[in-house]
Design a protein. Structure first.
Length: 318
């Protein structure tokens, strides 16, 4: 489970909902949260970077002031965290470029990064989607993202994870999202929705429902709608490999526009979270690529956990 969570901030209120979301994740596994703010070698709000010598005393004083300000800010935010829901809250200030510094920290024993895709705008430093996707690409651990138009209230640290959506495309790369989704479902007693998305214009749709915890003595599966046999077999095989018998799930195969199908399924099934593996870049060889992930993040009202999928090496023929 996620026991050591890194939350990058940039000093803006728009980035702070990530703190409450991190609390919601941490409380299920008695996790620890570390708040970090990255200070660049110059602050564009305070001075023109072309007019100072960063190596000189003037530039260093400006940076030192920004570091002190960031430290005070993180301390204030940490004091507002509900200590009963986490095992501890730490703060760190780093210097350098935002994405590089976050990725360097993330490799030091963290299990999850939780961050906003937007922060301060205008001339100041930003925590924009480009930084978030760079972290997804280079951090090599799950990154949970929220955007600034999401309406959920994360401030109390009790965001629910009742239903978790996992988009699949029939590849081992996309299936790498299933283990963390299953672990979170176990911890939160949540239901999973497996969605197989197909980049074709067929009218194929199938629901495979596995219900548990009912009054009846036995759990059971049933199928709704007409389906291609291959899709049915794939969803059943994936469910058998990854999902324990005590976790309820619904599997859906549909075809059309992947990003739109994901968002529609989120709404129709009242999902609270998306967990998906991605290349973190646009590509032609996979359906769930960086462009689809970014479309989902920009249009949905729930958090999205992204993992940089690793293509398994092709075994050498003996």
């Amino acid at each position: 489970m996620f026991r050591n969570i890194l939350v990058p901030l940039d000093g803006s209120a728009r980035a702070e909902p990530a703190v409450g979301l991190a609390q919601s994740v941490a409380k299920s596994g008695d996790g620890r949260i570390t708040l970090v703010q990255v200070v660049n070698n110059f602050d564009p709000l305070m001075t023109n970077p072309h007019e100072i010598d960063i190596a000189g005393d003037g530039g260093e004083k400006i940076v030192a002031g920004a570091v002190a300000k960031a430290s005070e800010y993180l301390t204030r935010v940490a004091e507002g965290v509900n200590s009963s829901s986490v095992s501890g809250v730490g703060t760190k200030v780093r210097r350098g470029k935002a994405a590089e510094a976050i990725c360097a920290m993330a490799s030091d024993g963290y299990d999850l990064v939780v961050m906003s895709t937007h922060g301060r705008t205008g001339l100041a430093r930003t925590m924009l989607g480009s930084v978030a996707m760079a972290v997804v690409r280079d951090a090599h651990l799950p990154v949970m993202l929220i955007n600034d138009h999401q309406y959920a209230d994360y401030s109390k640290g009790d965001y629910p994870f009742h239903t978790i959506l996992v988009p699949l495309d029939g590849t081992p790369l996309a299936e790498q999202a299933l283990p963390p989704a299953v672990e979170l479902a176990k911890a939160e007693h949540a239901k999973l929705v497996l969605l197989k998305v197909l980049a074709v214009q067929d009218e194929t749709e199938v629901y495979i429902v596995h219900e548990v915890g009912r009054e009846e003595a036995e759990d059971y599966d049933y199928v709704l709608g007409n389906t291609d046999l291959e899709d049915y077999r794939y969803l059943e095989e994936v469910s058998a490999r990854y999902i324990p018998a005590d976790i309820a799930y619904t599997s859906i195969a549909c075809a059309g526009m992947p990003a739109q199908d994901i968002v529609t399924t989120l709404d129709n099934h009242h999902c609270d979270l998306v967990v998906m593996a991605t290349h973190a870049r646009a590509g032609l060889h996979r359906i769930i690529d960086g462009s689809v992930a970014e479309q989902v993040i920009s249009t949905t009202n729930v958090p999205v956990m992204l993992l940089r999928g690793q293509i398994p090496p092709t075994p050498l023929k003996g």
